[in-house]
Every structure is written in structure tokens, then in C-alpha cells.
Design a protein around this ligand. Structure first.
Ligand code: SAM
Length: 186
């Protein structure tokens, strides 16, 4: 269940919580790898709602989904994930966040603590029982450590009556190796 690539590890965990027909969220579309993964797993009657602030991410992901015949299950929204409640009001089963910047894109466009936390908070309200939110925090870039610390502080204060929250960190990688946070609603 755990792999060399951190994104494969997270997908392996999250997969167990997705049923065909579920509605799920990709909060940081980027190059669309998680969007495609989610779309494959929700099946024909499921729905993926994805957010990114960059048109490039939306475009790249649209092409990727089109090639795989998955576009009909996905809504791509060019807006900040902090506005999730403007677009989603139905219960969701899974949400995935990959914090940081778009690989091979503009390294100055990064996720930020306030909007990330607002998005997590709003998504937790929409989350079904036994639903899961995954967060990969890449924090080697400027501003990344501040975001990781704020997110960690927010997650640490979540009620343990309502949520289980765990983290998974690499022990044998270079400093600032990304860290996984997982939140399950009880
Ligand atoms: N999951 C992606 C993939 O599979 O390729 C990688 C995501 S990348 C690490 C982070 C993405 O978050 C970037 O594409 C960036 O544009 C996006 N982003 C930054 N701020 C955002 C915000 N407020 N709302 C939604 N997306 C945001």
C-alpha cells in the first residue's frame, strides 16, 4: 500500500474510500493526475469537481481527460478552492489537495495558508461520514513551510470526536520531503 512516489501512496489509500457513483473533489488540479485518477474511480455515474487558479492547469487537464474519455464525469473550475461552497452543495466522499506550485509551471503561483485552510474547512463540512480528505504538503519552496505549519496547526485542533487525523512522513529522504495528511470523518 505504500509506494516510492508519494502521489501513488496517497492514491492507493484514497482509492479504498471511493465507490462508483460518488462525488469527489480535486482541490488542486495541476497537471490533472489526481483528477484523472478520481475520474477513473468514480465510474460512469460519478462526479469529479476540480479547482485550480491557473488556466494552464485547466487546459492541460482537459486534454488529459479527453484522451482518456473521462471528461464527461469531470467539472473543471478555474477558481480558488476557497470558493468551493459557491459550486458544491452535495455531500462528497473524497477530496485531494496537493499543495505548492504547478510542476513545470510558474513557481510563484502557490497555494497559500488562509485559502488552503478555508478550503479544507469548507470541504470537511461537505464530507460524508467515512469520507477522506488527503493533503500532500510540499514545503521546500518559499512560503511552503509557513503553509505546512498553519495547516498542521489547523488539523491538530480538529475535534477527535468528529475526525481521525494522521500524517505520514518520509524518514530517509532529504530535508523538506513532502508530508501526507489524511483526515477521515467519523
Ligand atoms: N495534483 C496536481 C497533479 O496531479 O498534477 C498537482 C497540483 S500542484 C502541486 C498545485 C496546484 O495548486 C497548482 O496547479 C496551482 O495552480 C494550484 N493552486 C494554487 N492556489 C490555488 C487555489 N487557491 N485554489 C486552487 N488551486 C490552487
Amino acid at each position: 500500500m505504500f509506494e516510492t512516489r508519494i502521489t501513488d501512496t496517497v492514491q492507493g489509500i484514497v482509492k479504498d474510500y471511493i465507490d462508483k457513483g460518488d462525488t469527489v473533489i480535486d482541490a488542486t488540479i495541476g497537471n490533472g493526475n489526481d483528477t484523472a485518477f478520481l475520474a477513473e474511480n468514480v465510474g460512469d455515474n460519478g462526479k469529479v469537481i476540480g479547482f485550480d487558479v491557473q488556466q494552464l492547469a485547466i487546459r492541460t487537464t482537459k486534454e488529459k481527460l479527453n484522451e482518456r474519455n473521462l471528461l464527461n464525469r469531470v467539472t473543471l473550475i478555474e477558481d480558488s478552492h476557497e470558493n468551493v461552497k459557491n459550486y458544491v452543495d452535495s455531500p462528497i466522499k473524497v477530496a485531494m489537495f496537493n499543495l505548492g506550485y504547478l510542476p513545470k509551471g510558474d513557481k510563484k503561483i502557490i497555494t497559500k495558508p488562509e485559502s488552503t485552510i478555508k478550503a479544507i474547512n469548507d470541504i470537511l463540512e461537505l464530507l460524508k461520514s467515512n469520507g477522506v480528505v488527503s493533503i500532500i504538503s510540499y514545503y521546500g519552496h518559499e512560503g511552503g513551510l509557513l503553509e505546512k505549519n498553519k495547516v498542521c496547526e489547523y488539523l491538530g485542533a480538529l475535534s477527535n470526536k468528529k475526525f481521525d487525523v494522521i500524517s505520514i512522513a518520509y524518514e530517509n529522504r532529504k530535508m523538506n520531503a513532502p508530508i501526507i495528511y489524511l483526515i477521515r470523518k467519523k
